[in-house]
Design a binder for this molecule. Structure first.
Ligand SMILES: C[S@@+](CC[C@H](N)C(=O)[O-])C[C@H]1O[C@@H](n2cnc3c(N)ncnc32)[C@H](O)[C@@H]1O
Length: 264
């Protein structure tokens, strides 16, 4: 083994009494970072989102306490304040607390709120970035978000503000390809806003559901027709909506989906 490989695999030390906010990636455990795997192997308490797959949690240390705090069907979501409190209490009890979040903790993941709660309580915290669905889902569907001469910018947006509404963005000013998170239930409104702001109803749209997981599905449509198409289709799991010319340009060799299937 070369020196570089040795240092790559060397364990990051996870001190007791710290909180680490760790990105779990989009679902395929092959997209976890080495640092995330090392942290999972050392944590005493793991609080995870519903988007963190079981295959990812297999890296947890045997004996670690694992608690689901994400939104689950039929169950009331654990309030953010309660999650913050558990992080702080766990660290104060001297545990290595790992907060496992889907994708990247700081991309529409409330990571900043949890980091601030730790900071306010005087708890040391650290973030381990993850592969965001914003990048992984298009790649898994063979869509390049930026392409020379086609899309010089990419804009990540959420379709849900704090109140659950479409956020008050300047819709006419969003440049390049739009990658919309949490957009399925607001697709109608989102499409209408973008069309009213000047995007053509013929703009290509790709909806990528359960990206990198066994049930991955890509639905292709247009801005004018996508909301009806989504309502007619039964899409599995979370989905990312890609809006822009690149959405119609599927590359021949997407990510190794077979690997994702094996791990799911
Ligand atoms: C609360 S946000 C969390 C985003 C996450 N922090 C990230 O960086 O990917 C949840 C949204 O991420 C997107 N998402 C997460 N995992 C996904 C997946 N495997 N396939 C498609 N979209 C996904 C969906 O838009 C979902 O509604």
């Amino acid at each position: 083994m070369s020196l570089d490989q040795t240092s790559l695999l060397a364990r990051d030390h996870f001190p007791q009494g710290e909180v680490w906010l760790v990105g779990a990636g989009p679902g395929d455990p092959g997209l976890l970072t080495l640092r995330a795997v090392q942290a999972l192997a050392q944590a005493d308490l793991i609080l995870h989102d519903s988007l963190a797959s079981r295959a990812v949690l297999r890296h947890a240390r045997p004996g670690a306490e694992i608690i689901a705090v994400g939104k689950r069907k039929g169950a009331a979501p654990v309030p953010q304040a309660r999650i913050n409190q558990r992080l702080v209490e766990g660290a104060r009890a001297g545990l290595r607390v790992l907060r496992l979040k889907g994708g990247d903790p700081f991309v529409f993941g409330r990571g900043a709120e949890e980091a601030r709660a730790c900071q306010a309580a005087g708890i040391a915290w650290r973030v381990i970035p993850g592969v965001s669905a914003g990048m992984a889902a298009p790649a898994a569907a063979g869509i390049a978000l930026t392409q020379r001469g086609v899309a010089q910018a990419v804009t990540f947006i959420t379709a849900h503000d704090e109140a659950g509404d479409l956020p008050g963005l300047d819709w006419a000013a969003l440049p390049g390809t739009i990658a919309a998170f949490m957009a399925l239930s607001r697709l109608d409104e989102l499409a209408l806003r973008l069309i009213a702001a000047g995007r053509s109803a013929a703009t290509p749209v790709a909806v990528i559901a359960s990206a990198t997981l066994a049930g991955q599905v890509t639905l292709r449509s247009t801005l004018g027709a996508c909301s009806l198409a989504v309502r007619r289709a039964v899409l599995p799991g979370p989905a990312l909506v890609v809006i822009g010319d690149v959405a119609a340009m599927e590359l021949a060799t997407p990510m190794p989906a077979a690997a994702a299937r094996r791990h799911a």
